[in-house]
Design a binder for this molecule. Structure first.
Ligand code: ARG
Length: 534
């Protein structure tokens, strides 16, 4: 076969340039020097049949053409580090997965766009990867570029048949054609100058089996990868230059697929209820970039590592010691590994859990019971009650460190009745404030007499008369005061049930006044006056 190729080559040299009548063309070029094409690899089936080329762009990643996704990963392998397919040299590497460009499509059959695929190897290759070209625009018309592959060395234009591939890697130089020439040849629906170049030189071209192989600026040291062999009509036909899929507009996709993700871009910690809420965001570097599969949250002090799915944006850490400092990091993770972490430090506040709300313990007073979660250092807190911005503080209280949650109570007095009151606990730092618990002290019912206040006995000097309080309805507890009156004025010290009538009271009028105070207010009742007889 090699002898046939050589013979045709010799024939061609004998013919005048551009002699298109011959049925079998040579695609030009020469055997490649291994050192100049060190990162070039062959994709072959596990039976050893080469079907595409590629380039090692990272120790475990090969960049090839999207249309080279023909077989399942288990049925292909990568041959690296050799120019010879069958002399036993080089590394044969297991393929783990094939990641075709998400926008790969063939609008016109045979003319794919975004014709790129990244092949992930099960183990890293020892070969040095080739860097991606750093340019931001397609190479200009006239640029001399180099391509290599094991593809067909002959093409028969008469019956459109491709010759056998080469046992050894071959390389050829081609020149970038004006974009308009490629559009004219292939049509504006097939050739897109932003993503592709077409290139050739007379009788020089890539051909079937070269797909996915490298298009480089300079072979060997200092060279970089500009694109991959993609498609063309026939091979080395004067009117139809070979078409290459450029990397320039897809560098972000390549890089974000083969590298670890960028670090999450934002993070915040909500605190205040004995837990830490960790929030983050991750920004796609480009629309085609794969998303992280996982976010990894680490708590340095506890050694805790929490992995959550790529759709999550928040983790709430609980079981932490209040007042203790924690260093938390968040990293984005994909198949290539873990991003740099974003770090934050925070300290959870006291845990305030209202267990009871608005329990009246007296007139306008209430008791709030709440729980403090375990805390590391002695914790000072005070209760505050109010609404909106107006809070009145109660004295500071100290609680010793504890392992178990403990129930504490705060007595609040002077509370408004029948209005919403916010009750909260503030820690010593003044910054850590618990959730304000809104509580509505129920509107208490004002004391109201059921049976009426009643004074009885014989209202004569020297006799003892009595004042019954009667029965009262309304919200308890009640504070009840009794006061005997002489001519409407309180008799000092006369607050007991019984009253002995004195001589100097003769002729005066005696009454009993009862004052009942409760959460709902104060009600007073006075008995009808009785004139003291002699
Ligand atoms: N699509 C071909 C392959 O699968 C490569 C085409 C390149 N053709 C060309 N004339 N340059 O190998």
């Amino acid at each position: 076969m090699r002898r046939i190729a050589l013979l045709v080559f010799v024939l061609l040299l004998a013919l005048p340039a551009g002699a298109s009548a011959i049925t079998s063309r040579i695609i030009g070029g020469q055997p490649a020097v291994q050192a100049d094409w060190a990162a070039t690899v062959a994709l072959e089936t596990t039976y050893g049949s080469q079907f595409c080329g590629g380039s090692l762009v990272a120790p475990q990643w090969v960049l090839t053409a999207g249309h080279c996704k023909i077989y399942p990963s288990g049925q292909i392998r990568v041959l690296a580090g050799t120019t010879a397919l069958n002399d036993g040299t080089g590394e044969r590497l297991v393929v783990e997965r094939q990641v075709r460009h998400p926008n790969y499509r063939q609008v016109v059959p045979g003319a794919p766009r975004d014709d790129l695929m990244l092949v992930h190897l099960a183990t890293p290759s020892i070969v040095t990867p080739i860097p991606l070209a750093t340019g931001t625009v397609p190479p200009p018309t006239g640029t001399l570029l180099h391509v290599a592959g094991w593809g067909s060395t002959t093409y028969n234009a008469v019956n459109d048949s491709f010759g056998l591939g080469s046992e050894v890697l071959r390389t050829v130089a081609v020149r970038v054609k004006p974009a308009q020439q490629c559009v004219d040849a292939y049509g504006a629906k097939a050739f897109f100058p932003q993503d592709m170049v077409c290139a050739s030189l007379p009788h020089r071209d890539a051909c079937a089996g070269d797909s996915g192989g490298p298009l480089v600026d300079v072979p060997g040291a200092g060279g970089s990868l500009l694109g991959v062999v993609s498609w063309g009509t026939g091979c080395a036909l004067a009117r139809y230059p070979g078409v290459y899929s450029l990397i320039v507009h897809n560098r972000c996709w390549v890089e974000s697929t083969i590298n670890v993700p960028g670090a999450p871009s934002a993070i915040a910690v909500a605190q205040g209820d004995g837990t830490l809420a960790v929030d983050w965001q991750w920004t796609k570097p480009c629309a085609d970039a794969p998303l992280p599969t996982t976010y990894r949250i680490r708590v340095a002090e506890t050694g805790q590592v929490i992995d959550v799915g790529g759709g999550e944006r928040r983790v709430v850490l609980s079981g932490l010691v209040n007042g203790a400092g924690y260093n938390v990091t968040v990293a984005a993770v994909n198949e290539n590994g873990e991003s740099a972490p974003v770090a934050i430090a925070a300290s959870p506040g006291p845990n305030f859990v209202a267990e009871q709300r608005g329990i009246w313990t007296g007139y306008r007073t209430a008791r709030i019971a709440f729980t403090l979660a375990p805390h590391g250092a002695p914790l000072q807190w005070r209760a505050e009650a109010g609404s909106g911005l107006r809070f009145s503080a109660r004295p500071w209280q100290t609680v010793a460190p504890s392992e178990v949650p403990q129930l504490l109570t705060a007595d609040l007095d002077g509370l408004p009745v029948g209005k919403a009151v916010d009750v909260r606990v503030v820690a010593t730092d003044g910054v850590t404030t618990t959730n304000a618990e809104r509580t509505q002290l129920p509107t208490p019912a004002k004391p109201a007499p059921i049976t009426g206040v009643h004074a009885h006995g014989t209202f004569d000097v020297g006799r003892v008369v009595r004042c019954d309080l009667g029965r009262w309805a309304g919200t308890r507890p009640f504070a009840i005061e009794r006061q005997w009156l002489l001519d409407g004025r309180p008799i000092p010290g006369a607050v007991n049930q019984a009253l002995r009538l004195l001589p100097e009271q003769a002729g005066g009028s005696i009454a009993c006044r009862v004052t009942v105070s409760g959460p709902g207010g104060v009600t007073q009742r006075t008995t009808a006056p009785n004139v003291v007889g002699g």
